[in-house]
Design a protein around this ligand. Sequence first.
Ligand code: ADP
Length: 341
Amino acid sequence: MLQLEDVRVSFGPTTALDGVTLELGAAERLAVLGPSGSGKSTLLRAIAGLEPLAAGRVAWAGQDLTNVPVHQRGFGLMFQDYALFPHRDVAGNVAFGLETHAMPVARRKVRVDEVLALVGLRGYGARRIDQLSGGEQQRVALARALAPTPRLLMLDEPLGALDRGLRTRLLDELAGLFAQLGLPIIYVTHDQEEALALGERVAVLNSGRLEAVLPARELWLKPPNEFVARFLGMNNVLPLATNNERLATPWGALELGTAPADSAKVLIRPDALTLSAQGPLSGVVAAVTFRGESTTILVRPNGAADGPLLEAHLKTADSTPPVVGQTVTLSVDPSGVVFLS
Ligand code: ADP
C-alpha cells in the first residue's frame, strides 16, 4: 500500500532521512525503532506530508503523493504529546477531524461514540481533558486519530509519557486493538519491547538510515549487524578472523562452523549462555543483577581484572545464580551464535 522510495529529508546541513526505501502491506503493522534523533518522527512527518522531501517519493498504491496535501492523504497521525485541545471536552477533541471532513452533526455524534467505545472510553464524551489521567488522554488522542477512518494510522511514541506499569498494560491493549483495526499501522518508538510487541515487522533507524527491516522475531533472534544487536541490548560482539571456524575469545575457544562470506563479527546472544561444568567458556563473575525472570551476570576472562565483560542472561528457573568473584564455566547454545555483517 504505502511505498517509500529513496526518501531523503534535510534540515539545513542535517540529513534527517537518508535514502529510506520501505513498503507497507495492506494491514501490516510496522514498528520503527531507533535512538533519539535517528529520524523516526521525521519519517512519520514525511509520510504525512508535513515535511517536504529533498529527494525520493512517497506513494500510496502506486500513486505519488508529492502533490497531495496533508489533509487529503487520509492518514491518521497521533503525536507523543497527544496535542489535545484543553478547552474542548473529549467528544469535541475526537470530533475535530470530522469537522474538517464536513460530516453532518448527527453522523458525527455516532462516529464519536463508536471510536470512544473502541478505545474503551464509552460515556466519556462530556469529560474535560484536564480531568483525565495520562492513559485516558492517550486513548482520546488515539480515538481522534481513528475517527475519520484513516487508511493508514501512524503513532509517534504514544506510550512515551506514561509510567511503566500503565505502559505495559496499554501495550497489551494496543496490540489487541491494532489487530482488530485491520489497518496498516506505523508505530514509532525508541523502546525495543514496544517495537517487538506491536510490530509484525520492525524497521531499525540509525542516523536517518535503515539498518534493518525484519519480522520482529527474526530481528530479535538474528540481528543482522552490530548496531541492531547492541540497540537490542546484546553486547557480546566479537571480531571474526577470516576462515576462522574456531574463534579464540578472551573466555576460551568457541567452535563456530563456517561463517558466511560477508560476516565480519559474531554475536553471542546473552540468553544462549548457560552455566555448565563442561564450558567451553569460563571466567570470573564481576557483577550479578537479578531481573525477575532472569539474572544478568557479567563475566571477565580468568586472570584479567580489567578484561572485557561477557554478558549472560541466566533463567531464574534453571539454576541458582553465582556470586561476584566466583569462577564459572558457560556453554553456548549454537543457535545463539549469530554472524553479523
Ligand atoms: P527521532 O524522532 O528519532 O528522535 P527526529 O526525526 O526528531 O528524530 O530528528 C532527526 C534529526 O533531524 C535530528 O538530528 C534532529 O535534530 C533533526 N531535526 C528534526 N526536526 C528538525 C527541524 N525542524 N529543524 C532542524 N533539525 C531538525
